[in-house]
Design a binder for this molecule. Sequence first.
Ligand code: NAD
Length: 432
Amino acid sequence: MRISVVGSGYVGLVAGACLADSGNAVTCIDTDEQKIRWLEDGYLPIYEPGLEDLVRRNVRQKRLAFSTDYASVAKAQVVFIAVGTPPGDDGSADLRHVLAAAAEIARHLREYTAVVLKSTVPVGTTDQVREAMARLTEAEFDVVSNPEFLKEGAAIDDFQKPDRVVVGTASERARKLLAEIYAPFVRTEKPILFMDPRSAELTKYAANAMLATRISFMNDIALLCERIGADVDQVRKGAGADRRIGYSFLFPGVGYGGSCFPKDVSALIAAGRETGVDLEILKAVEHTNRRQKRALVDKAMRHFAGAIAGKRFAVWGLAFKPKTDDMRESPAVEVIEGLLGKGATIRCHDPVAEAVAEKHFGARISYAETPYDCVEGADALFVVTEWNQFRKPDLTRIRQSMRLPVVFDGRNIFDPEAMREAGFVYYGIGRR
Ligand code: NAD
């Protein structure tokens, strides 16, 4: 099948590469000329495990191409829209890029095409896009809602082996095309759930809001643990063992970040506000998350009795989670800004996010090539992202390199007992 994917970011590039890999002829389009130039030269503008190989292989086998031009849309049977939907000033999703992409697609349509909204968009956007496009083209088309559920860091696996595919359309023609496209990815009896577009649009927000709720809930329980002398790890295991609850997304930490949970929770609250539904649970979820992003700085303030100015701190992890370089809404930003604001000096290490961090912080912080270089002479270590390579360090070496043996572990990756035995003053989240 001929497919165009508009927007070549984390979602569009992964979707485009996976769809090419399953035998389709795919063109990934982006308005960012530098991004397209990099891709044409064989470089990836983002870090995602396995993506570079997948992209190169499919380019070599001539199933995947890149362009700043929408010309490929004219011959495509299916066009995916995977552009960003950042939060607007009032928290609602900003549809500017979606509508610009839809208008450009409409201008290039020739024959019947299924236009598929993969971007996360508020309920009613599928209708809105259809109406906007109908004003610009005589060609036949359907607009379909097909939200994406992939996770950065495991995006290829998630796209190729999804728990489910959600497709919102009333069109039989579009339904057949989407069923054909996704057939290679649902061979293990995972369902393609066909539904109406509004329900499909809301499904994406409901799923992300539920996951964010579990995280904030556990962060509240973690705070309670600290105050009443319980251990959140034991509580998590005990509660998660109940099959109705399960273990996923019950890890306390420094709050959720990334390009999805924060903006999708606030967009859902905004949608509620516009329709007269007060989504109080989600407001509390946001409130807890804001508090949690400050947790490490608050602990440091207490430990150093407010005397943070002039201290040298090491920070492990910059991205919002491991195996990605994405720093959008990363708790690390909050932690680092909080410490800088109190006059500390910061040295960071992240296996892949340094280039992205440099754009954000410039020369306000410095970078170390290894976790060990990072802690050299530090007055405390802050662990913000739970990269696997941070989990089992040589504690003696770290203890000897640091000026003061203090660790604020925002992801509970260390064993508190082992840390104390190694001579550290250790602070976790929700631990005794
Ligand atoms: P991104 O910022 O990485 O990529 C978006 C791309 O769209 C950019 O490269 C940008 O240059 C391009 N673009 C913007 N306007 C354009 C236009 N008019 N024509 C062509 N290209 C244009 O964003 P992302 O993280 O891939 O997210 C895309 C959408 O998918 C969002 O709605 C997001 O909520 C949703 N989503 C993201 C994830 C994730 O993990 N990142 C997961 C599921 C869903």
